[in-house]
Design a protein around this ligand. Structure first.
Ligand code: TXA
Ligand code: MG
Length: 334
């Protein structure tokens, strides 16, 4: 079932009630957040959570994020919070920051893939918050894409991947941030960034030291998900770390071999370089994050043989963008 909340004629409240009821019955429903669309299921119901893994084709050892609407609901999933986590929550939640903390066992074991910690977040999106309030259970939700594909930033992307495999989709229009939340492992006195995202390292460092990496021999260091192939477009993606003339040189060489070349770049670069297909990422780094996944998906509708992407500054939201591009790319050229 699809609810299009962008249509004026729909009764938003009753649509959300219906979706919440499906979730409480143990079904899966996709919903918008400020980062990307999530595929939700009742996090306290292992059978419901299993349907998420099934629909996405997601490896069982990759744990999910539990979404809640309030601080009070968040506390119910955890043992105790280090003091600085309360400061981070005050500053950045609701928002694109996910906290990995010791679980008190409320979430089903398949949410945490058997780890002793659980990832929790309060999304900053009115529809997500209303849905989470209406169902009054924590909602486990990974990005609502097939495993390995770019995350969905529209309901259309969700339908493309999961239509017929899930009980419902709430269409709340395109998402804002466009890349997933920042995931941090919260230790006693510092944090480790497991996945860069919507909240930047600089923003986190205002409240707590960010350790470069896990010290050796500390238990289970990484976000299990980061070892899998991710965000892959259906066309090879090359990152070209160089100036305009370097990018033009690589494009011209491929064109001379008869290839159709798509250029994925900001408008200021697109204007100065000749390519067969132009994939616009707007102008600011925020635009780049917002438009990235849609472009990685829509390239398959073109006849491109290769995508050439510029390399973006590794600062602010650029860290999340570069993290995703490095995972999606097939070749790095410098
Ligand atoms: O913005 C987002 O975070 C979106 C929206 C829907 O909220 N969700 C999302 O979920 O991106 P997912 O499942 O695609 O990514 C969750 C990441 C994975 O890399 C996973 O390995 C990591 O968080 N993670 C979850 N629980 C963890 C845990 N207990 N310890 C370490 N990493 C964990
Ligand atoms: Mg994902």
């Amino acid at each position: 079932k699809q609810w299009n909340l962008m249509n004026d004629k729909i009764n938003i409240e009753s649509a959300i009630q219906e979706a919440a009821l499906l979730l409480k019955k143990g079904e899966t429903v996709a919903f918008p957040t400020e980062t990307v669309y999530g595929l939700g299921a009742d996090a306290t119901n292992a059978e419901a959570v299993a349907k998420i893994f099934q629909a996405k084709g997601r490896p069982q050892d990759n744990p999910l994020i539990a979404h809640v609407a309030t601080m009070e609901q968040l506390r119910k999933l955890l043992d105790k919070l280090p003091g600085y986590v309360e400061d981070l929550i005050s500053a950045y939640s609701p928002g694109p920051l996910t906290y990995v903390l010791p679980s008190n066992g409320t979430c089903a074991p398949n949410v945490t893939a058997g780890l002793s910690t659980v990832a929790v977040r309060i999304p900053d999106h009115p529809i997500a918050l209303e849905l989470l309030t209406a169902c009054d259970v924590p909602v486990a939700a990974p990005s609502a894409n097939l495993s390995g594909k770019p995350s969905p930033t529209t309901a259309g992307h969700v339908a493309e991947d999961l239509d017929g495999k899930i009980a419902g989709i709430i269409d709340g229009g395109p998402t804002g941030v466009g890349v997933e939340s920042t995931v941090i492992a919260c230790r006693e006195d510092d944090v480790v960034i497991l996945r860069p995202g919507g909240v930047t390292k600089e923003q986190i460092e205002k409240f707590v030291p960010v350790a470069e990496t896990f010290e050796k021999n500390v238990d289970k260091p990484t976000a299990p998900g980061m070892k899998y192939k991710h965000y892959s477009p259906e066309v090879p993606l090359w990152l070209v770390d160089g100036d305009i003339s370097r990018i033009q040189g690589v494009i011209d060489e491929e064109k001379s071999k008869g290839k159709t070349v798509a250029l994925l770049a900001r408008d200021e670069v697109l204007e100065q370089v000749r390519a067969d297909i132009r994939l616009s990422l707007g102008s600011s780094l925020e635009d780049v994050a917002n438009k990235l996944y849609d472009n990685l998906r829509k390239v398959k509708e073109t006849d491109a043989d290769v995508i050439i992407s510029e390399v973006f500054p590794d600062s602010g939201i650029g860290q999340a963008v570069m993290n995703r591009l490095r995972k999606a790319m097939t070749t790095y050229i410098d």
